[in-house]
Ligand binder design. Structure first.
Ligand code: HEC
Length: 133
């Protein structure tokens, strides 16, 4: 009985170590700051999305220039679930993991964003999608 408990305990310690290692490598603190949004995320959205989802243009009913705009979402509801990239329509569409046509993958009829850019957006959503007020 004692041996079983020790085994469970060791597994737990190993898992915790793994978890901490991953967290450190991903640097969750940096991604949870408005600066991360300003310097890393916003330039991606600005270059690839704002002309259709910013300023006067709210294609699909969606404005992604503000956090409120993303939380409100478009015709299909909220596109951002802070902390949960898998549930965020915005992330699913840039990963081309959403529906094929309604709403279609983003940006439409343009090459998919680079893996690095997608990873940056995902990391930011996962860390809580912090934005300056
Ligand atoms: C050329 C214009 C254009 C660009 C650029 C564009 N979009 Fe879109 N977007 C649309 C249109 C049009 C729709 C509505 C499509 C539909 O309902 O099938 C839409 C819909 C969406 C939706 C779903 C809204 C909803 O509730 O249905 C999301 C999320 C989205 N876009 C995110 C993005 C992101 C992120 C980018 C940049 C990577 C981007 N879009 C770039 C035109 C664009």
């Amino acid at each position: 009985m004692k041996q079983v408990a020790a085994g469970v305990c060791l597994t737990w310690v190993a898992l915790m170590g793994l978890g901490l290692g991953t967290a450190r490598a991903a640097g969750p603190d940096e991604a949870a700051t408005p600066e991360f949004y300003k310097t890393k995320v916003q330039p991606i959205l600005q270059e690839n999305c704002y002309r259709c989802h910013g300023g006067m243009n709210h294609r699909g009913g969606l404005n992604i220039q503000t956090r409120a705009g993303m939380l409100k979402g478009g015709h299909d509801g909220s596109v951002l679930v802070p902390g949960d990239p898998a549930k965020s329509l915005l992330v699913r569409l840039i990963r081309h993991e959403g529906p094929a046509n309604d709403p279609m993958p983003m940006p439409p009829k343009r090459p998919k964003l680079s893996d690095a850019d997608i990873a940056t957006v995902e990391r930011w959503v996962k860390a809580g999608a912090m934005m300056p007020e």
